[in-house]
Design a protein around this ligand. Structure first.
Ligand SMILES: [Zn+2]
Length: 250
């Protein structure tokens, strides 16, 4: 067993036996990791609080070679993202970002950019609307794992310069007016939401978050992403369903 160190964010915890926790982390160095934290519930005041959802931690763990469940031996809190915990909307979106990351990533597949994305979005959730951050989060996560919708040109005839078009969630790609008939599920994609997604794909997080957009564009992007994920995820995300139910209350 090798001893390893990592910067981690807590995505998920589940009780294990009477006093331990199985923790799913997203780490900067190793990507997603699962760790066993022994005896933490008996010493809740001391170590249990480290494993609060969304906490940023430095962890030391014994890497098991024959299992993907490692033994977490030491932790130190580096970020608590305190401000996001005071608003239900922010908490709900943080849960959504965690669940989506957990579903779309594999263990031991390093993606430091996803670690940075979680940290960035958890920090900004305190002050920015959840839906706005969610669309940026989704595009950047899809980009990192290679699932990005194809928006460059018409996938069929390769026509470029499309300012709007028809998007097939099944194909994950954009088509022009002439080619749309070949893909009956293709739906109209207006110029504004298309421009916003292209901007997010091309630019870093900081400039992207400053990009303004009309309410109608936000709504169109949300519907776009719902269709896109429904086509790709075998199990619908619990947090997405919850968000759809409660978002009118935020
Ligand atoms: Zn075409």
């Amino acid at each position: 067993m090798a001893i390893q160190k990592a910067s981690a964010i807590v995505l998920k915890t589940q009780p294990f036996r009477s006093s331990s926790l199985i923790v799913t982390f997203f780490t900067k160095e190793f990507g997603k990791l699962r760790g066993l934290a022994k005896g933490v519930k008996q010493e809740r005041e001391i170590r249990g609080a480290d494993f609060e959802l969304f906490n940023g931690l430095e962890i030391v763990f014994y890497e098991k070679m024959r299992s993907d469940l490692h033994l977490v031996s030491e932790t130190a809190i580096t970020a608590t993202y305190e401000a996001l915990r005071s608003r239900l909307e922010a908490l709900t979106y943080a849960s959504y970002f965690s669940e989506l990351t957990d579903q779309l990533t594999e263990v031991h597949d390093p993606h430091p950019k996803i670690f940075g994305l979680l940290d960035f979005c958890f920090r900004y959730l305190a002050s920015l609307p959840g839906p706005r951050l969610a669309r940026l989060f989704e595009i950047k996560l899809l980009s990192e794992i290679g699932w990005l919708p194809y928006l460059d040109r018409c996938l069929n005839c390769e026509k470029t310069g499309l300012e709007k078009g028809y998007f097939s969630s099944r194909q994950g790609a954009l088509f022009c007016e002439a080619c749309r008939a070949v893909y009956p599920d293709a739906q109209f994609l207006a110029a504004e939401p298309l421009a916003v997604m292209r901007y997010y794909i091309k630019h870093d997080l900081e400039p992207s978050i400053k990009l303004g957009m009309a309410k109608a564009t936000e709504t169109a992007l949300e519907a776009f992403m719902t269709r896109f994920f429904n086509e790709r995820l075998i199990h619908p995300l619990k947090t997405r369903r919850f968000l759809a139910q409660v978002s009118s209350a935020f």
